[in-house]
Each structure stands twice: as structure tokens, then as C-alpha cells.
Design a protein around this ligand. Structure first.
Ligand code: UFG
Length: 334
């Protein structure tokens, strides 16, 4: 019998790519999503339960309708800047919502979860590349909400025999290499989609000098002054989730584990703009503005632990390849 996976937040960017990966791997999938940030059409033909994690009644309706072997939880608000301006939204959705989810899982005896955590739990790195053993002192509310859940999962595993794997993503990027799905956010705040949207704007005949693309600060202590990030392709993230699920199914002694999902290389905002210029062949202009609240200067990780324990290594590793999957998708080329 096919294993059944409940994907919370399966209409969002990473969740919807995961739905495809799970189907490709032969799992039966159900999506739970409140569609506040996701898109119903990203779910495809998979059953979609429209519901909100902040509502225990919505969760009851979902869990009572079918048996699940494992939950994957992607349904977080994930804008650093928004979390600084509206922390209540983040604590309500990411913390209270997830605790409601864990309560429903206990009630319906589902004890395996793969949780989307973040490198934002580390805060300003003291040692780069960041390993899982690095101190976790988040510098924004978003990172704090993710860390609170990691700690709850540790306690739930000790007390209730919960099995969990938390995956600390670095900067998710790119689109399905087969062109079936792409990165979509509303509003869009992420660097690569915004730079490529600017390239598309110019390609369709608009004046490059009328750009609205912003670079948030060139006064960080990095080589070129802009922030450095570790971009990891969404298809590689999905593969890691499949390996994590297999590990939870195969080994009942796995209690609570944490893995970085990183590429290991850092790229500055100006590096991203330059690679996008090369891939698209378009002149990409920008406005230099002041720093955005909550942005650490450098976030680069090592995924050696995931390689050793899960047997995972990123396969789409150059920034050019990552950018190319997104460019093909927004240009409508398969
Ligand atoms: N940036 C710009 N201009 C923009 C958008 C972004 O200069 O218009 C800069 C940001 O300041 C940052 C870098 O580009 O230095 C990357 O920004 P993103 O918004 O693409 O990504 P973040 O690093 O802020 O955040 C993302 C996810 C978080 C996750 C984090 C981990 O949104 O959920 O990666 O690094 F926690």
C-alpha cells in the first residue's frame, strides 16, 4: 500500500515542488493549506484541504478524513522583514499554528514529521560555514519562531516518542527543472525572482534605467559590501525531504534530528545580479538603498551532516544553473 503523506503548506513555493517530488516517488499525497500565501493551482490534481493551522477544528476535519503515515510541514510565514514589523502574525501562525498541528498529530496518532526549519535560527554566524552545532541566536522574529518549534520537537520526541527531522534550509531558489512549477510569492521579496523579473521587464522592451530593483545595502563587511547567501535549488531540497522521510520510515529509533540543507558556497547580491545578466543577456540596473531590517551579512552553511547521515548532496550547484531554471520558467520555455 502507498504511504500517505500530509503536506502542510503544499500550495506554497517549496511545498508545491514537494508535492510533485512525492508523487514522482510513489507516495499518496494530501495538501492542507489556507491559501493565504500559496496558490490552489500549484497543487495540481492532489486533494487540497483548505484550512488554517490556527484552527484546531480545521485540523480535526483534515486528520479525521484519512490515515497519514507522515507529515511534512512547510506552512510558515517566511519574510524576515515582515516578521520584524508584525511579529504577532509570525508567533500566531508559525508557533501556535505548529503547536496545534502537533496536537492534532498526537490526537490522530501520527508521529512522524519533517519540519522546514531555517538557517535564520543561527543569527549572525560566528564561524562560517555554519554547521548544525553552531550556536542558535536568531536576530529576527522569523528565526525565533523556527527555533521555538525545533525545541518543541526535541521535547515532544523525548516525552511522546515523536520522530522528527528538522531541515534548516539556506536560501531556497530555482524552479522545477522539468518546467512544471515555479517560484511564486505574493508579494515577491526574494532576490533571484526580483532580479529576473527586472530582466524580463527589460527584455519586453522597457527602459533599463526605469528599474525598481533595489539592493539593500553595500556597507556590510563582505567582499563587495552586499549580503552573502547560500542558494540551494528547490529540487535538491525536495530530494532531502524524501531521504528524511525514508529515514523516519526505516528507523524507529530516530528521535529528533536536525540537518542543514546548504550548497556550501556564498554569493553576494552583486554576484546574483551579474549571473542573472549573463544568463538572460539583459542589462540589469538597480537602485542602491539602505539595509533591510533583520538581514545578517553572511549566511553560508555546510551540509556535511546531511551527506553523511542522509546520503544527500546538492546536484544543482552553480548559481547559473539555479538561475537558469527560474529564467526558463518565467519565460515560459520548458
Ligand atoms: N535583497 C536585495 N534586494 C531585494 C531583495 C533581497 O538586495 O529586492 C537582498 C537581501 O537584503 C538579502 C539577499 O538579497 O541580503 C537575499 O534576500 P532574500 O529576500 O532573497 O532572502 P533572505 O536571505 O532574506 O531570506 C530567505 C528566506 C527566509 C530564510 C532565509 C535564509 O526568505 O525564509 O532566506 O537565509 F530564512
Amino acid at each position: 500500500m502507498k504511504k500517505r503523506v500530509l503536506v502542510i503548506g503544499g500550495a506554497g513555493y517549496i511545498g508545491s515542488h514537494m508535492v510533485l517530488a512525492l508523487q514522482d516517488a510513489g507516495y499518496a499525497v494530501v495538501v492542507f493549506d489556507n491559501l493565504s500565501r500559496g496558490f490552489a493551482d500549484a497543487v495540481g490534481a492532489v486533494p487540497l484541504v483548505e484550512g488554517d493551522l490556527r484552527s484546531p477544528a480545521n485540523l480535526d476535519a483534515c486528520f479525521s478524513a484519512g490515515r497519514f503515515d507522515l507529515v511534512m510541514h512547510f506552512a510558515a510565514l517566511a519574510y524576515v522583514g515582515e516578521s520584524v514589523a508584525h511579529p504577532e502574525l509570525y508567533y500566531q501562525n508559525n508557533v501556535i499554528g505548529t503547536l496545534n498541528l502537533l496536537a492534532a498529530m498526537r490526537k490522530y496518532r501520527v508521529n512522524r514529521i519533517v519540519f522546514s526549519s531555517s538557517c535564520a535560527t543561527y543569527g549572525e554566524p560566528e564561524i562560517v560555514p555554519i554547521a548544525e552545532s553552531h550556536s542558535q541566536r536568531p536576530i529576527n522574529p522569523y528565526g525565533r519562531t523556527k527555533l521555538i518549534i525545533e525545541e518543541a520537537l526535541r521535547d515532544y520526541s523525548a516525552a511522546y516518542a515523536f520522530q522528527s527531522i528538522s531541515l534548516r534550509y539556506f536560501n531556497a531558489a530555482g524552479c522545477d527543472p522539468k518546467g512544471r512549477l515555479g517560484e511564486r510569492h505574493d508579494p515577491e521579496t526574494h532576490l533571484i525572482p526580483l532580479v529576473l523579473a527586472e530582466a524580463l521587464r527589460v527584455r519586453t522592451g522597457n527602459a533599463p534605467e526605469k528599474t525598481t530593483l533595489k539592493v539593500f545595502g553595500d556597507d556590510f563587511s563582505t567582499q563587495d559590501g552586499s549580503c552573502v547567501r547560500d542558494y540551494i535549488h528547490v529540487a535538491d531540497l525536495c530530494r532531502a525531504h524524501l531521504l528524511a522521510a525514508e529515514r523516519l520510515f526505516a528507523d524507529k529509533s530516530v528521535g529528533c534530528e536536525f540537518f542543514n540543507l546548504a550548497n556550501g558556497s556564498g554569493f553576494s547580491v552583486f554576484d546574483v545580479i551579474n549571473v542573472c545578466r549573463e544568463i538572460t543577456g539583459q542589462p540589469i540596473n538597480y537602485q542602491l538603498v539602505s539595509r533591510r531590517a533583520g538581514d545578517p551579512a553572511v549566511l553560508v552553511g555546510t551540509a556535511d551532516k546531511a551527506a553523511e547521515v542522509l546520503g544527500w548532496k546538492p546536484e544543482i550547484i552553480t548559481l547559473a544553473e539555479i538561475v537558469e531554471t527560474h529564467w526558463r520558467w518565467i519565460c515560459g520555455d520548458k
